[in-house]
Design a protein around this ligand. Structure first.
Ligand code: GTQ
Ligand code: FE2
Length: 364
């Protein structure tokens, strides 16, 4: 619908006036925006990016020295801001990823919100997160849940600081105007420090559901998925592969998904979490999918090919994979590469918008 050269000066002036009137009346014609609104495939504003643990950890420590944690600011959490998202504190259009730091004997006050949250611990121990009154210990390799609308606060029982990764659906909830928030009690009860939370004692026995709790729930009732289980599951997959039995996702690549025992589905309504282990020297098949994901290197090192870019990644490094950007991971030759991964896939699966392509095979 372009103006032809045959248009008279009067027609051109009338057209210009039409566009000005659209603007005045807060109207936008589709034909000027089609390629942007309805691209042939996803064209995320988010960019592939890698944040270095060697940069993040010292900056979290500096924030700990200079910035108090308490009511109002609530958390000493520093968000990874995707360089393509105009300065917003979002790692991707749907997800928040932050490094949270709690100094010796500090407490982060109780609150609750409609956003779903998890924690993943790359180093340290001694912090407890209290979820609806249930104290949950945080240790290296543990994956912990704070589903939407559960009260939660954190406290550090030790003389050492602790730093961990938070993942939330803050941008999704913000952009859909569905956020609710409430303060909780000003004082956290820091007295009980059991090794296992009540939630784990009730729910974290493999394949065993307490009869009194039967029925599906939107979020997993398991507050902590412990490293000993994750590590064992991955070790067993690779040992079974050695013995000629199935179980790995592709040769030399063991992987598990953290799941909700009441449904078999994802741990949170909006967030998926997984753990991947590559044998030394393994290269994954190139994959692209709808929605975004974030990885953190738990141990080992390697290279990633992401979109048009290549990054070297090592201990603690985080990288974001925007929607439909192809990713290949290559483990170094001298050690296994352990990767924690989370994504917004449950949103797209629930709405039947999910697509994934691996080495040119499309599955819907
Ligand atoms: O620990 O409760 O990184 O509410 C962002 C928002 C952490 C938390 C974040 C939060 C929290
Ligand atoms: Fe929170």
């Amino acid at each position: 619908m372009t103006t032809t050269s045959a248009a008279t000066a009067a027609e051109q002036a009338a057209l210009a006036k039409l566009y000005r009137d659209f603007d005045t009346e807060h109207l936008v014609p589709l034909w000027t925006q089609l390629g942007d609104l309805m691209p042939a495939q996803p064209t995320s504003n988010a960019r592939p990016h890698c944040w270095r643990w060697s940069t993040l950890a010292p900056m979290a420590r500096r924030a700990g020295d200079l910035v108090p944690v308490g009511r109002g600011g609530e958390r000493r959490a520093i968000a990874l801001a995707n360089p393509g998202l105009a300065g917003a504190p979002y790692v991707s259009p749907t997800m928040w990823a932050a490094i949270q730091y709690l100094g010796p004997h500090e407490t982060a006050p109780e609150h609750r919100h409609s956003q779903n949250a998890f924690r993943f611990v790359i180093e340290g121990e001694g912090v407890w997160t209290v979820v609806d009154g249930d104290p949950v210990a945080m240790r290296r390799g543990d994956f912990l849940l704070t589903p939407g609308w559960c009260f939660h606060g954190h406290y550090n029982t030790t003389g050492k600081p602790m730093t961990w990764l938070d993942g939330l659906d803050i941008p999704f909830v913000r952009q859909t105007d569905s956020a609710f928030f409430e303060f909780g009690a000003d004082q956290l009860d820091t007295a009980p420090t059991p090794h296992l939370s009540r939630s784990e004692r009730l729910w974290a026995h493999p394949g065993l559901t307490p009869l009194a709790q039967h029925g599906p729930r939107p979020s997993s009732p398991i507050a902590a998925y412990r490293w000993e289980h994750t590590d064992r599951a991955l070790t067993d997959q690779l040992e079974l592969e050695d013995q000629g039995f199935p179980g790995v996702v592709e040769p030399g690549h063991a992987a598990i998904r953290f799941t909700n025992p009441t449904t078999g589905g994802d741990v949170l309504p909006t967030l998926r979490a997984e753990f991947h282990r590559l044998r030394p020297g393994v290269t994954t098949a190139a994959t692209r999918e709808v929605g975004s994901s974030v990885y953190q290197v738990f141990s080992g090192a390697g290279r990633i090919m992401l979109g048009d870019e290549e990054f070297r990644v090592e201990y603690g490094d985080l990288f974001v994979v925007p929607s439909w950007q192809p990713l290949t991971v290559i483990a170094d030759d001298n050690a296994e590469l352990d990767l924690f991964r989370f994504s917004d896939t449950p949103i797209f699966e629930a709405l039947h918008q999910y697509r994934r392509e691996t080495s040119s095979v499309v599955t819907r």
